[in-house]
Design a binder for this molecule. Structure first.
Ligand code: FES
Length: 113
């Protein structure tokens, strides 16, 4: 009998890296603490200097397709406000949970420059 529990469901996101490469990455719900860790682990992108504290801005991403339910938190907003390349749909990947709510979304890594 197939396992249909949420924990074993597979989801995917498309990540566009700084060099323009586009990758579709599959993940299980909460297999990573957040989207930054998924990007670092799966695509070896050099981001995440503050380890997910929303301080460094290196995990800055743009939501290209899809919608996040959660608003930016205070630390995320403050960090994004300091970056020179923030756009309306900017988020910090370390503040985005890897669950079914981001399934099929597309994110572009913008970094902190
Ligand atoms: S890892 Fe530093 S802001 Fe996300």
């Amino acid at each position: 009998m197939p396992d249909t529990s949420l924990a074993n469901q597979r989801y995917s996101v498309t990540i566009i890296l700084l060099n323009g490469e586009k990758h579709v990455v599959e993940f299980r719900r909460h297999a990573y603490n957040n989207l930054m860790e998924l990007i670092v682990n799966e695509l070896y992108e050099n981001i995440g200097d503050c380890k997910g504290h929303a301080w460094c801005g290196t995990c800055h991403v743009e939501v290209v397709s899809g919608q996040l339910d959660e608003e930016r938190n205070r630390d995320e907003s403050m960090t994004l406000a300091k970056l020179p390349n923030t756009v309306a749909s900017s988020r910090l990947a370390c503040q985005i949970m890897t669950d079914e709510l981001i399934d099929s979304m597309v994110f572009r890594v913008l970094g902190d420059v």
